[in-house]
Design a protein around this ligand. Structure first.
Ligand code: FES
Length: 198
């Protein structure tokens, strides 16, 4: 009867060793990949948060909320008034305490509380100088290149005047608490005929 020899191998040792090596390699490679992902994700999140202020648009950086300008009691019907606009300003890294961010001209044509005052930015749409209101002429005049606007903001002599459009009227105007004038202040691109917010 044939008897198996004790020296006869029941498995192939080189093949088993190779399989073990591959398994070890895969385990180590997986650990490296997973470890890399676990470490890299927080790094990306931190980097995004660090750069976030720089990635925001200008509209995000400027305060984009209504600010209180005056009370209706401060604005006599038919007259034009200039008011500073104070607001909290946020730049890329800091939040500044309330301070002047611009100025507006306000005119009331009616004492009917449902008729909102007209509000214009003081920024000349030509090259951005601040226009003055001349009470005696009932006109806005820009000191830089003499651009002139009527009391309702329309450009005088549009064919020859340097400004390319009328004074910019602010549209987001509302009355709060019965007699407080609140406005969303905006700046618009200068030097072009279209009124486009910066
Ligand atoms: S900046 Fe006002 S007319 Fe030129």
């Amino acid at each position: 009867m044939a008897k198996s020899s004790p020296d006869t191998p029941t498995d192939d040792p080189p093949a088993k060793a190779g399989a073990d090596e591959r398994r070890t390699f895969l385990v180590q490679a997986s650990a490296i990949v997973i470890g890399g992902i676990v470490g890299f994700v927080p790094l990306l999140v931190g980097l995004r948060n660090f750069l976030n202020p720089l990635l925001r648009s200008k509209d995000d950086i400027e305060v984009d909320e209504a600010v209180r300008i005056a009370t209706l009691d401060d604005i006599e019907i038919g007259k034009v008034y200039r008011f500073k606009v104070n607001a909290i300003r946020v730049d890329a890294w800091s939040k500044h305490p309330p301070g002047p961010i611009g100025a507006v001209y306000v005119r009331r044509d009616s004492d009917d509380p449902k008729v909102l005052p007209k509000v214009y930015t003081s920024v000349c749409p030509h090259l951005g100088c601040s226009v003055d209101y001349k009470e005696d002429r009932q006109q806005f005049v820009c000191p830089c290149h003499n651009g002139t606007f009527a009391k309702d903001g329309t450009l005088v002599d549009p064919e020859t005047a340097p400004p390319p459009r009328d004074l910019d009227e602010l549209e987001d105007v509302e009355i709060r608490n019965g007699n407080e004038l609140w406005v969303v202040y905006r700046r618009f691109r200068s030097g072009i005929a279209a009124k486009i917010a910066e």
